[in-house]
Ligand binder design. Sequence first.
Ligand SMILES: Nc1ncnc2c1ncn2[C@@H]1O[C@H](COP(=O)(O)OP(=O)(O)OP(=O)(O)O)[C@@H](O)[C@H]1O
Ligand SMILES: O=C(O)C[C@@H](O)[C@H](O)C(=O)CO
Length: 310
Amino acid sequence: MKKTIDLICAGEVLIDCIGQQTNATIAETTSYERFLGGSPTNVAMNAAKLGLSVELVASCGADGMGNFILDSLQKVKVGTQGVTQSETAATSIILVSKSTGTPDFIPYRNSDFLIESFQIPNEILQKAKIFHTTCFALSKNPAQKTILETAQLATQLGVKTSIDLNFSERIWPNRNEAKKVIALYLATDPFVKLSEDDCFRFFGKTQSESFILDYFHELGATTICLTKGKEGVILSDKIQGTIYQPALPVTQIKDTTGAGDAFWTGFLYAQLQQKKWEETLLIAQKLAVLKLQYLGALPSDLDIVNYLNQ
Ligand SMILES: Nc1ncnc2c1ncn2[C@@H]1O[C@H](COP(=O)(O)OP(=O)(O)OP(=O)(O)O)[C@@H](O)[C@H]1O
Ligand SMILES: O=C(O)C[C@@H](O)[C@H](O)C(=O)CO
């Protein structure tokens, strides 16, 4: 089978309403700006801006926000055949505080988890190189069942899986269920991205790096990337060992929302080109730094491939 699709992202498409007052809590924030969001959607948008062939599998409402979402995706040539617009559930919205650290958020979830298996036909899946999702997307059915089944099928079809374990108990209050579902996904040996904040929320307390890496390796992941914000990143590969890379300097942080998604897009982009781990991490960090300097998504009017080659 000819692999004509670089990446399928499945999961939440949302409207991020990002606060306009920097480092204010949500209670203190008085005005918000609308952005296209959702972690897998951000990865899809970024990847398309890098010239990859990308399909998004997601669900929004048949409403004004849903139309804005489809318009934005199509403008950068993200494939939208797998995006449905629900007639009964509105587009999901998240209020996010504007932060130079970890943003606070309030989710209003309506249609994002209405993802059904017909949205990812086998003919499309088998053409893909990577299938990516998130913990957020796995937190609710029918998206959970659809994504788990697709990941299992993906491995049989020679498609590499990937996951951003962006766990939050506010999105997925049943931590035991989350652990079981994540274990099923990790059995497909995905590339795993998680941040220190995700780990704290997932385990309910601070755990050592070796505990975290062993935990996810034992569930089946060969390659784990643990991002630590300005403290850099650790990549642990069961075969090749562990690499630490310090963070790149950033002159001015405008907004951190989506920095992890930019990082992961760079990681997948580099892996699609079979780059070595050090270069993969460098490309990932460069994209994250670029994103940190903008509010909202990566810029559309910049030659990002050229920026990465500098
Ligand atoms: N202050 C910073 N200075 C330099 N690089 C940073 C900084 N914050 C984030 N980064 C870059 O972004 C990457 C991802 O950040 P982080 O570890 O906070 O992940 P994340 O929590 O998934 O991000 P987010 O949820 O904010 O999108 C880091 O590995 C690093 O490359
Ligand atoms: O999908 C999420 O996890 C939240 C998004 O609303 C937001 O775009 C974000 O924080 C991305 O990391």
